[in-house]
Ligand binder design. Structure first.
Ligand code: ZN
Length: 261
């Protein structure tokens, strides 16, 4: 938790407030104290921060509850609204949903330092296997046995290497929507748009993909079933969570600077 906070604060202040002036360092106690005060004054924005940067599930659930209270009381399909809220919170926190995790896994398996290293290793073993295979069928049974053993060893290594890369890619794909091919820049080679993410830098859910996504997970979002309102609601929810989040970040920065002065 405290490490998460530290990283989070470093990410958001151009200068770590503890650096030169005043008190030698902002201790974890001070930071927690400030966060506690903010939590009291700005519960929604604070929860947004806790959810986005620290993966805090209780904060996620509090956000959900607070946003559900804003569902229009006369809404026909409250369930669709609830789905929309969950989706908006996932998108806000840059958390990949299942279909994006699949796409990200593929990208990590093909466009990462680990992928390059794995492929290099596998290539080397394949070359060695070819080399051994050419020597098979000689006179000595002993030699053949030895060669077969060497080949088998490398085949096992190759399978293990692929498994390792798969595990790595899956894990990475759960962490963030950022496209690993272009590192989130959306650009490949100076001017070309990155093909991994179509130049968006991430493979997160787009606003126009909301109804697509709900359909895919089996929620009826046809116009007859719920009208267009819940879908339009998505952007509003997203904007309000972002707004609260940014507001609390500004306050956090201000107060930490005061504490450090
Ligand atoms: Zn990309």
């Amino acid at each position: 938790m405290s490490r998460g906070l530290e990283l989070f604060i470093r990410m958001h202040c151009e200068k770590t407030p503890s650096m030169q002036r005043g008190r030698s360092s902002l201790t974890a106690d001070v930071i927690l104290g400030v966060l506690g005060k903010l939590q009291h004054d700005y519960p929604m924005g604070s929860d947004a921060i806790m959810w986005k940067w620290l993966n805090d599930i209780p904060a996620f659930e509090r956000l959900q509850k607070r946003l559900e209270a804003q569902i229009p009381p006369d809404a026909k399909r409250k369930d669709v609204y609830r789905h929309i809220i969950t989706l908006a919170l996932m998108v806000f926190a840059d958390k990949p949903l299942f279909p994006q995790q699949e796409q990200l896994t593929k990208l990590w398996k093909n466009h990462s330092e680990q992928a390059r290293r794995s492929k290099r290793r596998i290539r080397t073993w394949r070359v060695q296997i070819n080399f051994y295979e050419k020597q098979l069928g000689g006179q000595s049974e002993f030699k053949t046995k030895q060669l077969l053993a060497e080949i088998e060893k490398r085949q096992t290594w190759m399978v293990e290497e692929e498994k390792r890369l798969e595990v790595f890619a899956r894990k990475q794909a759960e962490k963030s929507c950022q496209c690993p091919r272009c590192g989130g820049t959306g650009v490949a080679k100076v001017v070309e748009a990155c093909s991994g993410c179509e130049g968006r830098g991430s493979v997160g859910l787009k606003a126009d993909g909301v109804s697509e996504h709900l359909k895919r997970v089996g929620v009826d979002v046809s116009d007859e079933a719920c009208g267009a309102e819940p879908i339009q609601w998505f952007e509003g929810v997203l904007a309000s969570v972002f707004g609260e989040h940014d507001e609390v970040l500004r306050k956090l920065k201000e107060r930490l600077y005061l504490e450090a002065a």
